[in-house]
Write a protein that binds this ligand. Structure first.
Ligand code: PLP
Length: 448
């Protein structure tokens, strides 16, 4: 049983990420105590299906002994090795090689970070460096999508399009620009894929012209599926069309696969389904399945080569004490082994079942749209299906839905926009997927 003193200590001392501090103080923490597979248990002994894999990260599921063993073994043998001074550890080298082998195209060069935000930050630094090395330092403008999320570091928060991540933080915004998302359910041009792709290409072109032409633009960033913006799935062919257009303009294309990587949408990387090879790719979350922190930037031969040649004998001055941490890398290798020995396959089956189950809820009076790919899905709630009237824009209704789902034994993400997000672990059984659907239906009925 959870002692009141723990709740008090939390209130007094633990500052929570992306929370209303006063709201949190009033509500108190929900303390998770243990987890196994796809099930988490809170400190009062309440069991829940984790329909959100922590924060879309515990792709492998909880409690894998092989991961725990890999971390413990590495901690005993060599808990730390810097990558500075050309030092390295075996797991870091092996994980870099394994990612390069599996990533699309020639993304052969891997820079490890501590998570997604600093992976995005690193791309911004590498891209600036790249254009300086090519003698075009004026290419310093970045374009991203509205509803995009690219982390909450000072630089990455600028690429992020969610206002709460900028407002009052002094985030420099003058170098980055947004174009409308594809968002098929609410796109002003309608839901026709060709029309959406044409509109996005036109918006990109207009934005490039607005900032002074392609020779001012450093890079364009896109998530294969926009996660934190509300699980917005572009029409088939959208990523490829945008990638090709960037290539024509000589603009670097960055795929942010922090959520979509590692089986979340089916394959190891969503870019594979989109049939594209970006110039740079960011990953995190599923890379270590959340057991320990780690992210990475994957760079093409060309991007890496330009930076390397540009620096020559000088150091490329970008690094962290914990870049390529050997324990994280050992965990990454153990997780990769699980993905490739049944988990990806199970995830694809579970994803098909999840999508079919959620789609069966489409007739519910509150359900405006069900969307997703694989184990990344969302229900967009509306108060009027015909008019697509959104739920009142406030944290309160979504908070209540989250609470009801929790009481029903289900963890989901309830966005303030009235979108329910799903990203369960790839290890989910059929029964657990069916539980997610049944508990969602019950929660929606209680919300009517
Ligand atoms: N990029 C994307 C697409 C993300 O979804 C996230 C986090 O959700 C990030 C970057 C930032 O990752 P992190 O929270 O590990 O810093």
């Amino acid at each position: 049983m959870l002692s009141n003193s723990l709740i008090e200590l939390d209130r007094a001392h633990l500052v929570h990420p992306v929370a209303s501090y006063r709201g949190h103080e009033a509500a108190g923490a929900r303390v998770l105590a243990s987890a196994k597979g796809a099930i988490v248990t809170d400190a009062s002994g309440h069991h829940l299906v984790d329909g959100f894999a922590g924060l879309w990260c515990v792709n492998a599921g909880y409690g894998h002994e092989s991961i725990v063993e890999a971390a413990a073994r590495q901690m005993r043998q060599l808990p730390y090795a810097t990558g500075y001074f050309s030092l390295a550890s075996e797991p870091a080298i092996r994980l870099a090689a394994a990612l390069a082998e599996r990533a699309p195209g020639d993304l052969n060069h891997v820079y490890f970070t501590l998570g997604g935000s600093d992976a995005v930050d690193s791309t911004v630094r590498f891209i600036h460096y790249y254009w300086h090395a090519r003698g075009q330092p004026q290419r310093d403008q970045f374009i991203t999508l509205q509803q995009g999320y690219h982390g909450s570091s000072t630089v990455g928060a600028g690429l992020t399009a969610l206002p709460a991540f900028h407002a009052n933080f002094g985030v420099p915004l003058n170098w980055q620009h947004k174009i409308p998302s594809h968002y098929p359910y609410r796109n002003p041009v309608g839901s026709d894929p060709e029309a959406i792709i044409a509109a996005s290409l036109a918006a990109l072109q207009a934005k490039i012209a607005e900032v002074g032409g392609p020779e001012r633009v450093a890079a364009f960033y896109a998530e294969p599926i926009q996660g934190s913006g509300g699980v917005l799935v572009p029409p088939d062919g959208w990523m490829k069309a945008m990638r090709e257009r960037c290539r024509q303009y000589g603009i670097l294309f960055v795929a942010d696969e922090v959520i979509t990587g590692f089986g979340r949408t089916g394959p190891l990387f969503a870019c594979t389904d989109d049939d594209i090879v970006p110039d740079l790719m960011t990953v995190a979350k599923g890379l270590t399945s959340g057991y320990v922190p780690m992210g990475a930037v994957l760079m093409s031969d060309h991007v890496y080569g330009v930076i390397a040649d540009g620096a020559g004998a000088s150091a490329v001055g970008h690094g962290y004490t914990y870049s390529a941490h050997p324990v994280s890398a050992a965990v990454g290798l153990a997780v990769l082994d699980l993905y490739e020995n049944g988990l990806l396959e199970n995830g694809r089956r579970a994803g098909a079942r999840l999508m079919a189950g959620l789609r069966a809820l489409q007739d519910h009076p509150l359900v405006g749209e069900v969307r997703g790919r694989g184990l990344l899905a969302a229900i967009e709630l509306v108060t009027d299906k015909e008019k697509k009237t959104p739920l009142p824009a406030s944290a309160e209704p979504s908070r209540r839905i989250f609470d009801r789902a929790w009481a029903n034994g289900l963890v989901i993400r309830a966005f303030p926009t009235g979108v329910l997000g799903y990203a369960p672990p790839l290890c989910c059984s059929e029964i657990e997927i069916d539980d997610i659907i049944e508990r969602t239906a019950r929660t929606l009925d209680q919300t009517l």
